[in-house]
Design a protein around this ligand. Structure first.
Ligand SMILES: NC(=O)c1ccc[n+]([C@@H]2O[C@H](COP(=O)([O-])OP(=O)(O)OC[C@H]3O[C@@H](n4cnc5c(N)ncnc54)[C@H](OP(=O)(O)O)[C@@H]3O)[C@@H](O)[C@H]2O)c1
Length: 240
């Protein structure tokens, strides 16, 4: 049975990924900051016949990452999905930079996926698929014009996703000898809390379910040739 671990699984894209992997008969470890308040995950776990397990994880807290590792022990993980993310502080335009907020955004979106990957490296190596997935964003691209549909540009968020991409690309090279494959995926413009009213109004936005379904296809099709590339949910390459 494929074992999948998903961070930030209590709502949005993470929840849709959890539901679809559970429906595909995978063993799903769903992580969230506050399991006691994760009603949708509790429902999913209750109807899963024991295949869905909820574990606490605040990705910004290194002790929490260590606790997750301890809870997992040497359990194998086939697919590790770093999905948890934040859009960052209110003030991150060129006119007003919130320095603390910028650092918090980098920690959650860029540093945490690295620390989680490193903490769970042995679990991943024990898995048969050995797939490390980062849910990035097209806004992490500096090669795509227009860089941002957002006005003003969210400097901290864009920088954090570019840093995430860089770290994950490096891991795809450093861990290739272990057979680890790395997917760096932009999920589309998705109607979640993060997507907000902009996504609701946007003609090309997609639902969390559509995004999750497309991401799962990308993950299934990940090969050594595509490991470490930056793709959108449709499989189109995004310029770094
Ligand atoms: N929606 C879009 O259009 C879009 C576009 C491009 C990329 N993305 C990326 O897709 C991913 C999922 O986004 P979404 O749209 O589903 O966002 P969302 O609805 O806002 O959900 C974000 C998830 O991340 C979790 N999270 C945030 N900080 C965390 C922390 N410190 N520890 C653990 N979990 C934390 C949240 O948990 P809490 O409930 O505890 O806050 C929530 O489960 C993110 O990485 C985002 O950057 C989204």
């Amino acid at each position: 049975m494929t074992a999948v671990l998903i961070t930030g699984a209590n709502r949005g894209i993470g929840l849709a990924l959890a539901r679809q992997y559970a429906a595909d008969a995978a063993e799903v470890i769903v992580c969230c900051r506050d399991p006691a308040r994760a009603g949708a995950l509790k429902e999913l776990a209750a109807s899963s016949g024991g295949r869905v397990r909820i574990l606490p994880l605040d990705v910004a807290d290194e002790n929490s990452i260590t606790s997750l590792k301890n809870a997992l022990g040497d359990q194998s993980i086939d697919i590790l999905i770093n999905n948890a993310g934040i859009v960052g502080p209110e003030h991150q335009s060129a006119d007003l930079i919130d320095a603390e907020g910028w650092m918090a955004t980098l920690r959650v979106n860029a540093l945490a996926p690295m620390l989680i990957a490193l903490a769970l490296r042995e679990n991943l190596k024990r898995g048969s698929e050995k797939k490390l997935v980062a849910i990035s964003s097209g806004l992490g691209s500096t090669g795509r014009e227009p860089r941002s549909a957002l006005n003003p540009i969210r400097y901290a968020y864009c920088a954090s996703k570019a840093a995430l991409n860089n770290g994950m690309h490096a891991l795809s090279r450093d861990w290739a000898a272990d057979g680890v494959l790395v997917a760096i995926l932009a999920p589309g413009y998705v109607r979640t809390d993060m997507g907000g009213s902009g996504a609701v109004a946007h003609p090309t936005s997609i639902s969390p379910e559509e995004s999750a379904s497309a991401l799962i296809q990308r993950i299934a099709k990940l090969t050594p040739a595509t490991s470490g590339t930056f793709q959108d949910h449709r499989g189109d390459t995004i310029a770094w």
